[in-house]
Design a protein around this ligand. Structure first.
Ligand SMILES: Nc1nc2c(ncn2[C@@H]2O[C@H](COP(=O)(O)OP(=O)(O)O)[C@@H](O)[C@H]2O)c(=O)[nH]1
Ligand SMILES: [Mg+2]
Length: 445
């Protein structure tokens, strides 16, 4: 039998109300001590006087009792909706602990909800992320996941894999000549599953920024105006601007809001063959940033012909397939000397960072809106993405044996794929996973 836990569920600080929750078999009994009452009606909001552990009145508040199993955790819960600020909620918590509750660990309420079968792991994760979501669009995606859409998708995929296993077992009873057709059919269905899983991974990586905020890197060779662009985007002189190549040697990172999106912008060291050790490290960081960002703003000086360093930058961005690239032709206040042919096929924006970066901001917003507009289902954590990738590897490994009619190997790999998918919603071995995942929750959730 697990103990009864309590915590303040709302953020601390001055606010109009705060919520204290207590969950467990003794939740009601413990809470009644604070109310000096004999009972609480199930699911009725009751205005009550609240007393601290010494029996002194500390607040008049709304108290609601949720009788098990119809509560968030599936256990008896009592919720105190008291006045906010730094004192009252803490006093209520103190009293609850005094009368026998123990302080909840971070995420312990949600963990109990999972263990009692009220939610699956994908829903628990949606709760954790929803609290930290960086955009309204991200919150909407999570709300859908909370409703169980991802669970449904995973269950559907798993069912079709189980269907394939069942079919392959039947094949043993068939005559040689019929097996070819069945194999082909299985192969087709396996590929369909593979494709839908690949699509969800791609969409999830592309749209991760909706939940965590997008990463944007400003890259280019030295002196093209990267730091000037960052400063203009921020509206203050954050980075040092000079005509000395190699001025920015470290990455400068700032967070800004573009439209309804949170974007982390990094001004990077100019990419060139640096001789200085520190600058060299800076250049390596720039390349890493470029590879890991969602959007790369790649800057060229339009007032000068392309140089070998520019070509090196172009080379780099042609290699980065997953990243949205915006080519910025800067310094258009001067005479244009750059060959535009090199940029065919790229989204291109012409600006003068001396004057305005509005066209660039506009372009970024357009791209971010595009990413958020689509209605695709997505995986919301690296854990989920890794599980689907693992399933995809197993599906790939199942193809060959199927072709060769080695059904045992086929079903071995399909089973592993199913197991990997299970990890998203209902893992078999989950204790370690739970501690890690719920440990990242905030207190009181
Ligand atoms: N004429 C003109 N000069 C610019 C423009 N943007 C930047 N510069 C100048 O180009 C030089 C290098 O700028 P900076 O922002 O430090 O480039 P970074 O090395 O890419 O970060 C500085 O002297 C800037 O004043 C622009 O749009 N027009
Ligand atoms: Mg710079």
């Amino acid at each position: 039998m697990s103990n009864t836990i309590a915590a303040v569920a709302t953020a601390s600080g001055v606010g109009s109300i705060a919520i204290v929750r207590v969950s467990g078999a003794d939740a009601l009994k413990i809470s009644l001590n604070l109310l000096k009452k004999r009972e609480l009606q199930n699911r009725v909001a009751t205005l009550a006087s609240i007393y601290d552990k010494n029996g002194d009145l500390i607040d008049r508040a709304i108290v609601i009792y949720f009788k098990a199993p119809h509560s968030f955790t599936g256990e008896d819960i009592v919720e105190f909706q008291c006045h906010g600020g730094f004192v009252v909620a803490q006093e209520i918590l103190d009293a609850l602990l005094h009368f026998g509750a123990v302080l909840a660990k971070p995420g312990e309420f949600t963990q109990r909800a999972f263990l009692n079968g009220k939610i699956d792991l994908s829903e628990a994760e949606a709760i954790a992320k929803l609290i930290e979501a960086k955009s309204a669009d991200g919150a909407k995606i999570l709300a859908r996941q909370l409703k169980g859409e991802l669970r449904e998708f995973i269950e559907k995929t798993r069912d079709s894999l189980i269907g394939l296993l069942a079919h392959s077992e039947v094949m043993i009873d068939y005559a040689e000549e019929d097996i070819g057709d069945i194999t082909q059919n299985l192969q087709k269905n396996l590929e369909k599953t593979q494709e839908s899983l690949e699509n969800i991974v791609k969409a999830s990586i592309r749209r991760k920024g909706l939940i965590e905020g997008f990463w944007l890197a400003i890259v280019g060779k030295p002196n093209v105006g990267k730091s000037s662009i960052l400063n203009k985007m921020l509206n203050f002189e954050r980075a040092i601007v000079s005509n000395i190549a190699g001025t920015t040697r470290d990455t400068i990172e700032e967070q800004i809001k573009i439209g309804s999106h949170i974007v982390r912008v990094a001004d990077t060291a100019g990419i060139r063959d640096a001789s200085d050790v520190i600058e060299k490290m800076g250049v390596e960081r720039s390349i890493k940033w470029l590879e890991e960002s969602d959007i790369a703003v790649v800057v060229f000086d339009a007032s000068a012909p392309l140089e070998s360093e520019d070509l090196k930058v172009l080379e780099l961005i042609k290699k980065t397939k997953e990243i949205k690239v915006i080519v910025v032709l800067n310094k258009i206040d001067k005479v244009c000397k750059i060959d535009l042919k090199e940029f065919e096929g790229f989204d291109t924006v012409k600006i003068s960072a001396k004057e305005s970066v509005e066209p660039l901001i506009f372009k970024i917003e357009e791209i971010l809106n595009q990413i958020s507009k689509t209605d695709e289902l997505m995986l919301v954590s690296n854990r989920q993405i890794e599980s689907v990738k693992k399933a995809l590897l197993e599906i790939e490994s199942a193809k060959e044996p199927l072709n060769r009619g080695e059904l045992e190997f086929f079903s071995y790999h399909v089973n592993l794929a199913i197991e990997a998918l299970n990890e998203i919603t209902r893992p078999y071995r989950y204790e370690e996973l739970l501690d890690k995942m719920f440990g990242e929750f905030c207190l009181g959730k």
